[in-house]
Design a protein around this ligand. Sequence first.
Ligand code: RRO
Length: 325
Amino acid sequence: AGSRTGPPSPGVEHPVNTAIHLFGTTFQNPVLLAAGTCGFGQELADVIDLEALGGLVTKSVTVEPRTGNPAPRVAEFSGGMMNSIGLANPGLEGTRRDKLPWLRDHLRRARVWVSVAGHSPEEFFQLVEGLDGEDGFLGFELNLSCPNDTRRDAPPFALDPPSVRSILSGARARTDRPLLAKLAPNDPDPAATARTAEEAGADGLTLANTLPGLLLDEEGRPRLGAGAGGVSGPALLPGGVRMVEQVRHAVGLPLVGLGGISGVADALAYARAGATLVGVGTASFADPRAGEKLAVGLHRWGRRKGVTAWSDLVGPSAGPVQKEA
Ligand code: RRO
């Protein structure tokens, strides 16, 4: 190591630019930690290097604090896991007081999205208005697709185009920060929903949330305390990639792709389909450093393949690297 006469290190001679310029800022790499899987960052700061990430999305914040659904809140199965956390979070005031100051003081390079979830369009507006003036984050991810909201006895807003329109346009009128809309994976017409969100003022789309499901034990009892829940993990990968691919052709917005990503190949599938940023969620439960490792892995992969910029890989047209070298 360090020989001046040896071959040049490709990493030094041919750096890969994983940086992405988007939403008026720079993401140092495309890897985000998905909402609900990293708390507000602080909870994981002793375990992972948050500053090695492109960014993170906070747990969804509601107007009032919530303790969440009865235990057990998570259950594993062969294709991944299920959760019904039930929006446990410190609420608008608690987030302002206890969470955003930490993010403001500790993160310089990683970009933060605050996820917000309301039971009505008005609650979304209250959250955006109440958080907009604070420091410590880049923009909002509007969670229109939580499958576990027992207070709303209705399909998620993401499956109701008029709700998508009113939440997006109302939020748009209340903030200049970038707005992501998080859609549902069981949307029968994701292209149409995406167009609605785009027209109403979304800056990007997150595709997608967990898929509604139910696990029963041998006696027929639900394995989650709340009954049904949301499926996540490897089982979501093909559906997620397909949704990105469908939406990519319908809108011009940048997409955050997630669902079943753990390794480099998974992230590349989303990128090739059209996702500019990617999210890691369930994989972090098995290995809290999964996101960090993915960022490093993408960098190494690009270097090995001679890719100069991550943005060259983002579909729909195949980028410069189509075949194995
Ligand atoms: O808190 C939850 O149970 C939860 C939410 Br808000 C969500 O958006 N997606 C999910 O799988 N769980």
